[in-house]
Design a protein. Structure first.
Length: 600
């Protein structure tokens, strides 16, 4: 239920004392009868139920409705409503539709929904195992980032909704803090070293006072409104009042709780230490890779890939005339000043130049291209110390927000020139921006396919895109090609260290040492990566597993089709279904190969 809105001076509206986390509207229960006019309607109904539960998701999609000023309900009851909606839709689908009678596209949607529900159900017993506050996805920085990057202000009502979100952020943080304390009491807490990052994020916001990133963003956004200056001043004053009266005290309480948890947090890093941790990790690996590979099998694949890539790197060493061991070459490329930028502006300019050149070549390799534009942005200062190296945010489907490639330039010595191309191709074009924008623009598939994700597919595509850049004639500098191999090596090493930490009980220091010995990455890069894998168990294994499958399928298609192989057609076969589990991806490509043969 929304908090009461009362009139304020100048006709403004503002959330006052009754600010509590939003309670989302009711959704159909598992026993409710929903007439399925068509499979598409069933999926549309499911999407509507999920959207009703998540004003944040609606904002991501560019929907700015009466609940634009609210946050998702963080309660377990709300999470259960979402799961029951999924279960009910699955039951209705199975009871109401015979796969044999469906069209090919509907049959695929049927299977994808069932697969999604199966993965969700497998993780349901572990829904309280995630860390609410950590350096990667923590709420302490995630909500300010949401306001800055997602909440648009096009009119007075949007500005009032921003203020409402500021006011509601305090009670929301209190609710999450309470949940975090309960999880900690049950042994679900990140390792002790995580807390200084979380504490730093909070202290950065508090130390900035009224000049913090959220209030500065609000001021910048309302400056463009067609409103009198006096009204804008009132808006800013009210936003500041809500921050200081509602949100800042909640951050101060959260800071105290994080310091309390830090004092009792464990030193062990892997999720094996959690209750039923082995089965939790098994479920995570199955969810992220969409395979039945065991932790030991994934570990061994990683070791084999590391050996293969090291061999390719030695060939580049010979090409540039470097004398010494591979470790010596790693040390040279991670320390010599020639491989790093002096300014953020120089890094961003080169990234833009590489992406512009890539964009010009895309029609030669892709029959389907993204319509939405993409921008490159540095990670915001308040979270750049804790945030990851680079990441991507999809465009809004209504065109109100472009795709965004975020690059973390906090420490330029962690951002090698050698890796710039591969990183830009992975996050931007032809990587995540191309794939996820095409996915969003698939107007004839159900919303869960347009807006959902399968990590092995999505991240496998991103890693595949790095190598595709070489096939397209890029990486003309051998050191840049070495950087590409370095990033491929990085993902192969992830198979080793992720399973090492969470299955083989490696310490953070063991994992750091493995990356130091086997990759050219600088120490800061290595430490931040290992810390990511610790709080995000299993996710990092999806990249190489997905990429290996895409490469396997491409080589199969090239072998079977010979001179008739069309890379543009292959890419359509991969992309135009949207994200799918790897077994279904294989079926899709095999079907395309068969159709190509039949059409000869």
């Amino acid at each position: 239920m929304k908090s009461p809105i009362v009139p304020m001076v100048g006709g403004l509206a503002l959330v006052l004392a009754a600010c509590t986390p939003v309670e989302s509207g009711e959704v159909a229960s598992a026993s409710a009868e929903v007439p399925a006019k068509s499979l598409a309607q069933l999926f549309d109904d499911y999407d509507a139920q999920q959207l009703e539960l998540s004003p944040e998701t609606r904002a991501y999609r560019g929907i700015r409705d009466d609940d634009y000023g609210t946050w998702d309900d963080p309660s377990d009851e709300a999470e259960l409503r979402g799961q029951e909606s999924l279960r009910a839709t699955l039951a209705q689908m199975r009871e109401g539709f015979d796969q044999a009678e469906l069209s090919e596209q509907d049959r695929l949607s049927y299977r994808l929904f069932a697969s999604m529900a199966k993965r969700s159900e497998a993780l349901w017993p572990y829904r309280d195992y995630g860390y609410l506050f950590d350096q990667m996805n923590g709420a302490q920085s995630g909500y300010p980032a949401f306001l800055i990057n997602i909440h648009r202000i096009d009119n007075l009502a949007h500005a009032e909704a921003y203020i409402e979100r500021i006011a509601r952020l305090g009670p929301l943080l209190d609710a999450l803090q309470e949940d975090s304390a309960k999880r900690a009491a049950n042994g679900i807490t990140p390792p002790a070293w995580v807390y200084p990052y979380v504490i730093s994020d909070i202290e950065n916001l508090l130390a900035a006072g009224d000049d913090n990133a959220v209030l500065k963003d609000f001021a910048a956004k309302i400056a463009g409104l067609d409103e009198p200056d006096e009204a804008k001043l009132v808006l800013q004053d009210v936003a500041t009042e809500m921050w200081n009266g509602m949100t800042r005290p909640a951050y101060e309480r959260l800071l105290a709780e994080m310091k309390r948890q830090q004092a009792i947090a464990p030193s062990e890093d892997g999720v094996w230490r959690l209750p039923d941790g082995a089965n939790y990790y098994k479920a995570l690996l199955a969810n992220y890779t969409t395979t039945e590979l065991t932790a030991d099998q994934i570990h061994d694949i990683g070791l084999r890939e590391v050996d293969r890539i090291h061999g390719e790197m030695r060939r580049i060493m010979a090409q540039v005339g470097f004398e010494g061991s591979l470790k010596d070459f790693f040390e040279y490329t991670r320390t010599d000043v020639r491989f790093f930028y002096d300014t953020r502006e120089a890094y961003l300019a080169d990234a833009e130049m590489k992406l512009d050149a890539m964009e010009a070549r895309l029609p030669e390799y892709f029959a389907t291209l993204p319509k939405a534009p993409m921008v490159i942005k540095p990670v915001e200062a308040f979270r750049e110390k804790s945030a990851g190296k680079a990441f991507y945010s999809s465009p809004a489907p209504d065109g109100s927000r472009p795709g965004t490639y975020y690059v973390n330039l906090f420490n330029l010595r962690d951002m090698s020139k050698n890796e710039l191309e591969a990183l830009a191709y992975h996050e931007g074009l032809p990587g995540h921006h191309l794939q996820r924008t095409i996915q969003t623009e698939l107007g004839d598939v159900p919303p869960f396919r347009r807006f959902g994700g399968v990590t092995a597919y999505t991240e496998g595509w991103g890693l595949y895109s790095e190598e595709l850049g070489k096939d397209m004639g890029f990486y003309t500098d051998p050191y840049s090609d070495f950087g590409r191999l370095g990033m491929e090596l990085w993902r192969a090493c992830r198979l080793v260290v992720d399973t090492g930490i969470h299955h083989k009980r490696w310490s953070r220091e063991q994992a750091i040492q493995y990356l130091t010995d086997n990759t050219p990455n600088p120490d800061g890069d290595i430490r931040k990566a290992i810390e990511r894998y610790i709080v995000y168990p299993g996710q990092a294994t999806a990249y190489t597993i997905g990429k290996l499958k895409i490469m396997e399928l491409r080589e199969r298609a090239r072998s079977e089709l010979g001179n008739a192989f069309d890379i543009r057609g292959f890419h359509d076969a991969v992309l135009l279904s949207g994200p799918v589990p790897l077994d279904i991806l294989e079926e899709n490509v095999d079907g395309w190969i068969a159709a190509e043969k039949a059409g000869r």
